[in-house]
Design a protein around this ligand. Structure first.
Ligand SMILES: NC(=O)c1ccc[n+]([C@@H]2O[C@H](COP(=O)([O-])OP(=O)(O)OC[C@H]3O[C@@H](n4cnc5c(N)ncnc54)[C@H](O)[C@@H]3O)[C@@H](O)[C@H]2O)c1
Ligand SMILES: O=c1ccn([C@@H]2O[C@H](COP(=O)(O)OP(=O)(O)O[C@H]3O[C@H](CO)[C@H](O)[C@H](O)[C@H]3O)[C@@H](O)[C@H]2O)c(=O)[nH]1
Length: 323
């Protein structure tokens, strides 16, 4: 098959592009490189440097490419930043997605797999969270994604779109030769690994007064390779099944302190911490039920141990920083 991958120069889009190519599909990456570099692209992908807000270029790319489907990763991704600049999140993520939906509609491109997020749930009432649970984002990033999902529902109901929205929980780990390298980096695991390497003096824990077992936030970490497989399953399902929304996580929650302890075991290094105030917009606990995608699409994650996920991240991270 022939796919357009928006945001395919980034961490997750780049991983999924590599898997698609490995499985014999054709991939065109469409990315404005605002948070990535061209050298992160898989060598056998076609590359179009462009913004999803550029309707002319996007329509032309879709028309020329005659794609079987679109995988849409392009977005600003930092919940913390979105609390300082909600405007750019709605412009880039929500308005950008509307432009993509319009261009897909105009060019007769019907299938879409969308990177949604656990941040759509906000502060959940229970763990694990199911897809039908209440949606009340506590940060503008989550709201920008939830609004995108709502638009997709209407495009599906009234305009022929078929979509799968995958609500990822916390994505981590690396495949051989490719992993997380956000620029700037704000995510917990790469920052911990930089601390293990001595590139940072310490890791800051954002808040130790949450209602959790050690007071730090609980998250559900899913390996990027398992997440990538979910995209292929979701895209395939759109050939025969209706649009759907799926959570993607491991169903286990780890506190920030537990993640740091895991990194100490895996790296064998000292990782000094300092405790700071809460980061605005962070929910206390986010843990997924992924029963729906396991049941309906047969998704079977291979990495269910945090240490194993961190070991792949550590292997990649040492090479990344050695360059
Ligand atoms: N990393 C996580 O834990 C996580 C969790 C849930 C959801 N997500 C979602 O997954 C997707 C990918 O995240 P990632 O971690 O790979 O981030 P990333 O920053 O590595 O990748 C995003 C890519 O999108 C590109 N981009 C941003 N705005 C664009 C625009 N207007 N036009 C074209 N390209 C644009 C960036 O240059 C970058 O290459 C995002 O949609 C994010 O919201 C990530
Ligand atoms: O230096 C840091 C960085 C993070 N944290 C904490 O570690 C946890 C994880 O934080 P990340 O920034 O790594 O990830 P988030 O949970 O904020 O968000 C990630 O997962 C979400 C879904 O759960 C979103 O989709 C989002 O795109 C993605 O970045 C949070 O409790 C955060 O407060 C720290 O204590 N110190």
């Amino acid at each position: 098959m022939n796919y357009l991958v928006t945001g395919g120069a980034g961490y997750i889009g780049g991983t999924v592009s590599r898997l698609l190519l490995e499985r014999g599909h054709r991939v065109t990456v469409y990315d404005n490189l605002c948070h990535s570099k061209k050298d992160a692209l898989p060598s056998s992908a076609t590359f179009v440097e462009g913004d999803i807000a550029d309707a002319d270029l996007l329509s032309r790319t879709l028309r020329n490419g005659k794609f079987d489907g679109v995988l849409h990763f392009a977005a600003l991704i930092e919940a913390g930043e979105s609390m300082k600049r909600p405007d750019i999140y709605f412009r880039n993520n929500t308005a950008g997605t509307l432009t993509l939906l319009e261009c897909m509609q105009q060019t007769g491109t019907q299938r879409l797999v969308f990177s949604s997020t656990a941040a759509c749930y906000g502060e959940p009432k229970r763990a694990p969270i199911e897809e039908t649970d209440e949606l009340r984002p506590t940060n503008a990033y989550g709201e920008s994604k939830l609004l995108s999902e709502y638009m997709m529902r209407w495009f599906a109901e009234r305009m022929g779109l078929r979509y799968a929205a995958l609500r990822y929980f916390n994505v981590a780990g690396a495949i051989p030769g490719y992993g997380e390298a956000h620029e700037p980096e704000s995510h917990l695991i790469p920052l911990i690994l930089d601390t293990a390497l001595g590139l940072r003096d310490n890791i800051r824990i954002y808040g130790e007064d949450y209602p959790t077992k050690d007071g730090t936030c609980v998250r559900d970490y899913v390996h990027v390779a398992d997440l990538a497989e979910a995209h292929l399953l979701a895209m395939d399902s759109l050939a025969t099944q209706e649009s759907a929304i799926y959570n993607i996580g491991n169903g286990q929650g780890f506190t920030v302190r537990e993640v740091i302890d895991s990194a100490r075991r895996v790296t064998g290094r000292e990782i000094p911490v300092i405790v700071e105030a809460r980061r605005p917009g962070d929910p206390a606990v986010l843990v997924a039920s992924s029963a729906k995608i396991q049941r309906e699409l047969g998704w079977a994650p291979k990495f269910d141990q945090l240490d194993a996920i961190l070991a792949t991240a550590w292997e990649w991270h040492q090479k990344l920083r050695a360059v």
